[in-house]
Design a protein around this ligand. Structure first.
Ligand SMILES: [Zn+2]
Length: 313
């Protein structure tokens, strides 16, 4: 029988393949990694140290003390003031779709928590939700987070991972840069510390506002951090950009970030920085490390005034 007269076409028996979710391939060194090892190692390649993008839920869990998360402002929802459509799809539907897929709360989650027993107001960009783009809900949540930090006089921390402003909300998105920066400046006036943690990628309007305004700016290794894309810059300045441009290590070398910290050390580093801001001895010294930390106040050593200006007691 000729092959073209056979019923059912070619041999379509399913190929034996590796079940999904058991193995992952490293994007950098191409090593095949056991998913359970990758999870245990906080989504960092055990072979080359490449940092995979981490889901926000896991990021929250690794960053704060277990059981301390008290999330705020879950009810906020974006309006669609422009009646924005892209490819015939309404913006309001895209928001609902993202909410169904990722969970409610838009592209930012904020709340009260403790880190090493010290109270903080902490927020996380949700990159899974429309690329972590900053619209009016994200801006409002960050502003409220800073206002809570100010009222309680506890440090604010923002984990940034964003493609920038949300184009679907037009100028209202751009306004969030000014709004969040103004809220951040009130923290500075009151000497309440603000720490920003830059994850891959932190770009556009987020990089041009809250991300770069930390008293302490910490970045994960090899994260893309910048305002405009490299091609746009090259075309504007008509020069070729140096290798490693807009990556954490390049920014550290050029004084734009304070520390580049591997993910496995990030939580300990944060705790150390918080203790330093609070004027509390590091934990490993153990000399009354917990006393005075509970109120979480910025008792001294503010980086605003390294020459030893007047700090709130
Ligand atoms: Zn690797």
């Amino acid at each position: 029988m000729a092959w073209w007269s056979r019923q059912g076409g070619l041999d379509s028996a399913p190929k034996k393949s590796v079940p999904k979710g058991i193995w992952s391939k490293c994007e950098r060194c191409a090593e095949t990694l056991y998913e359970a090892d990758l999870t245990a190692n906080l989504q960092v390649c055990t072979n080359c140290g490449h940092h995979f993008r981490m889901a926000t839920e896991a990021r929250i869990a690794m960053s704060i003390d277990p059981g301390s998360w008290d999330e705020c402002d879950l009810h906020l929802e974006s309006a669609d003031p422009l009646g924005f459509r892209v490819d015939g799809k309404r913006y309001s539907d895209a928001i609902k779709g993202a909410g169904k897929k990722v969970g409610a709360g838009d592209a930012y989650r904020a709340g009260a928590a403790t880190i090493g027993g010290m109270p903080v107001e902490v927020g996380f960009f949700v990159f899974e939700f429309m690329g972590g783009s900053m619209g009016s809900v994200v801006g409002e949540k960050i502003t409220r987070q800073f206002e809570r930090a100010l009222a309680r006089r506890v440090p604010a921390i923002v984990f940034c991972a964003s493609g920038g402003a949300r184009m679907q909300e037009g100028v209202l998105s751009l306004m969030q840069m000014a709004k969040t920066s103004a809220a951040r400046s009130r923290l500075r006036e009151a000497h309440v510390p603000y720490i920003s943690v830059l994850l891959h990628p932190t770009t556009g309007g987020v990089a041009a506002s809250v991300a770069m305004l930390g008293d302490m700016i910490i970045a994960e290794p090899d994260a893309l951090i910048g305002f405009a894309g490299p091609r746009v810059i090259e075309q504007t300045i008509r020069q070729q950009l140096p290798p490693g441009f807009q990556r954490s290590e390049f920014l550290l070398e050029h004084g734009m970030v304070d520390m580049v910290v591997p993910r496995v050390q990030l939580r300990d580093s944060l705790e150390r920085v918080l203790r330093w801001f609070a004027g509390v001895a590091p934990k490993d010294r153990g000399d009354g490390a917990d006393t005075g930390a509970k109120n979480g106040r910025a008792a001294g050593n503010g980086v605003d005034e390294p020459a030893g200006g007047d700090h709130p007691a």
